[in-house]
Structure formats: C-alpha cells, structure tokens
Design a protein around this ligand. Structure first.
Ligand code: P6P
Length: 338
C-alpha cells in the first residue's frame, strides 16, 4: 500500500476536531505545535552522537538530576513551539522549577489551555543510544481567561485532561495520543517529515506476560511488590513471565501496550513516593492506558483520581494490562494485612 493511502497526522487532527464541543481549532493548533517540535527534537536526537551535544549541560534540573544538553534543547523547542501558537497560556515542565506564564504574544493570557511536559524522558539513555521520549498532558485552565495563569491551573486531577500523549524516539519515531476518544499512533516518515496513521485505535491486551521493573532495587521494594515479582517468576500456569526493562518509561509503556504487560515504578525505602512525577509522567500515561483499555494506579488508588498538591510531586506507578495491574494490586493489599 503506498504511503499516500495512509492518513497523515495533520489530516487526522482536523478530522477529529469535530469530536470537541465548541471546537474552535485551538486544540488542533496545539497538537500541531507538538507535532512540529517533535520533528525538530527527533532530528537532534538522531544526530546527538555527532553533534557534540550529548553529555551534560553542566546544570542540574529541579529534580537534582544532571541535565543532558538535549534535555535543555528539547525543553526550549517545545516551549517555543507552544508559545507561538496563541493557544497556550501556561506551561509546566520537568526541566523548569516553576510553571511558565506565556507572554510571547500580546493576548496569550486569553488562551484557554495549559500544557505539562516531560520534554525528554529517559534522557540518560541518549549517550548509550537507547530510545527516549517526550510526554505531554493538556488541560483547560481553571482560572478566568485574561487573568494571569496560576498554580491551580496545573494542579488538576488526571481525569480533567483534555488530551495526553507521548513521542517515542525509537527505531522509528512515533506520536501516540488521545483526546478522550481512544488512542491512535502515528509513525514519522523522516524522509518527508510526515507522520502517518500507522496504529489506529490502539488497545492494551487485557493481560500479558511481560513485567517491567528495575529489579536492582528489589531489597528496597515494599513487600507487596516483592511478592508480585516472585509471582511473575513462579513456574505455574502461563508463568514465568518475561522481564523487560529499558529504563525509558515511554518505550516500556509502548512495548507493553502492543504486546501486553505491566510497568511498575514503586515506592522504595529510599524514595517513599517512588520516582515518577504525577503531573507530567503518570497522569498522561494513565489516561492513555485507560483509553486503550488498560489500568494505572499507585498500587492502591486510580492515578487519574489523585488530587495533586505540588507541581513536581512523585507517586508510585503501576500501569499496563488491566488484569496484570489488578493482580499486582492484590499483592499490595494482601501485604498490608496483619
Ligand atoms: P531507574 C527515566 O529517568 C525515568 O523517569 C523513566 O523513563 C524510567 O522508566 C525510569 O526513570 C528509570 O529509572 O531508577 O530504573 O533508572
């Protein structure tokens, strides 16, 4: 089948615009801005090895993690692309301590969307040529258009997301996103810079045989997680499962959504809240998971119902095939019983 028969991302965004009540095209323009920035980041990621931009930028981000030069570049590219399209009034990023009020255009404060983004998740993988990703989450502001954007515009439950998605810069580059009507995946043809609808209506298999967790932290895990890992490894029924852990949330999530599986980043004795951030990692991935028929919790509570209290807060994260997440939750609950 020739490429021309595949719908492009641009055509898809326009076609789906009517899915929104009172659609004014603003969300379409927002998604197009993400599409554009992802192509530039893709180009930079793909030449990182030779462009003298790998390695550390010499700074640390709000998480105290070394910022890779590409982190900084990706952050700036997405902020620039989103600021110039007069649809966003504020941005919060893993790479920025506080949220950013958009003032690039005179009426930016009238815009109705805020975006939360992890511009380059898993960036420590860049120097070893392993796939990385961008994760984004989109909300309507809760404060009045025309007033300055406030923290409460960002501290919204995940169920309030208008759209969410990721870019995976892997063996091919894909955008996978939802606007609340299912999940669709688009693959970039880098030779012409066009994304084509390659994975329509993506669905998490209800169960699977892959578990993704950094077992190097085993001794620091809660007992329920230790018990679940042992369950996965037991020779019984359809087990033992396969362990696959790339160290890049977007890549582990993407593989599990296609093949079936569970990704777990639990609390540890060292990090009682886990490592992943609720607002720009767990909430968008949880919305995608649920829209694809999967499940996402902190081991006990639905991720999308957690009331945020701070911009960079962390939560434990169990996400993937619904039956597998439910089974892991059963072990977590059982371990709490006296
Ligand atoms: P660890 C990358 O830093 C990230 O946020 C996720 O993409 C990834 O799954 C996880 O952290 C890896 O963390 O502690 O296992 O190296």
């Amino acid at each position: 089948m020739s490429e021309q028969t595949f719908q492009t991302l641009g055509e898809f965004i326009i076609d789906k615009q009517d899915d929104f009540k009172y659609s004014t095209g603003e969300l379409s323009r927002l998604l197009s801005a993400i599409r554009l920035a992802s192509k530039v980041v893709n180009r930079e990621v793909n030449k990182a090895g030779i462009a003298e931009i790998i390695g550390h930028a010499g700074n640390q981000n709000v998480q105290g993690e070394d910022q890779q030069k590409l982190d900084v570049l990706a952050n700036n590219l997405f902020i620039e692309a989103l600021s110039q399209r007069e649809v966003v009034c504020g941005i919060a990023s893993e790479e920025s301590d506080d949220f950013i009020e958009i003032k690039a255009t005179s009426n930016a404060h009238l815009n109705k969307y805020v975006v939360l983004i992890d511009p380059l998740d898993g960036s420590s993988n860049i120097d070893v040529n392993v796939s990385v990703g961008t994760i984004f989450s989109i909300y309507r502001r809760v404060t009045e258009p025309g007033t300055p954007v406030q923290l409460k515009d960002f501290l919204q439950k995940g169920v309030k997301q208008v759209a969410a998605g990721y870019v995976v810069y892997g063996s091919s580059t894909m955008i996978v996103y939802t606007t609340g009507n299912g999940v669709n995946g688009f693959t970039l043809d880098p030779s012409i810079g066009t994304y084509y609808l390659s994975h329509p209506n993506m669905k998490f298999p209800t169960t699977g045989k892959i578990y993704s967790i950094n077992e190097g932290n085993y001794i620091k895990f809660p007992q329920g997680v230790k018990d679940y890992i042992k369950y996965c490894q037991l020779e019984e029924g359809d087990r033992p499962y396969t362990s696959r852990y790339i160290g890049s949330l977007v890549s582990d999530f993407h593989r599990n959504m296609i093949k079936g599986g569970i990704y777990i980043y639990p609390s540890t004795s060292q990090s009682p809240k886990g490592k992943l951030r609720l607002l720009y990692e767990c909430n968008p991935m949880a919305l995608l998971a649920e829209q694809a028929g999967g499940k996402a919790s902190d081991g006990y509570r639905r991720i999308l119902e957690i009331e945020p209290t701070e911009l960079h807060q962390r939560v434990p994260f169990f996400c993937g095939s619904a039956a597998m997440v439910t089974k892991a939750e059963e072990f977590m609950a059982k371990a709490l019983k006296p």
